[in-house]
Design a protein around this ligand. Sequence first.
Ligand SMILES: [Cu+2]
Length: 134
Amino acid sequence: MRLSIIRLFESRGAVRAKLILLAILATLIGVHAEPAGAGDTIERPAGVKVAQAEPQEPQGIFQGIGIVTAIGPRTGVLTIHHEDIKGLMPGMIMTFRVSPPALSAGLRPGDKIEFSLDARNYTITSVRLIARTK
Ligand SMILES: [Cu+2]
């Protein structure tokens, strides 16, 4: 019991450390993209909200955009070639759980979607079809 609690903390710590690193990276990229001569204004170190004010609540829900490359037949699990998810991860091809699985119903490989992602368990909690390419 004690061991599992320690493991839980360790894994949470590791995830947190990864998120912080990504946030720092995003901040650095953001700073480079800014025009020169910004003066002596000091960026807030966390920089998590640099890119955009999201309508979603900040508690671990992130918005992603990507192309569906595969759909799990019964689980609804989506493999998505997703764009950068600011503050969470860079663009990549990745598989996500979907809850409820019915969110994937009607999707096809090649579909461009916008999705909400719960970062606590990397589960997609909503899907919106942007464009059907095939
Ligand atoms: Cu990813």
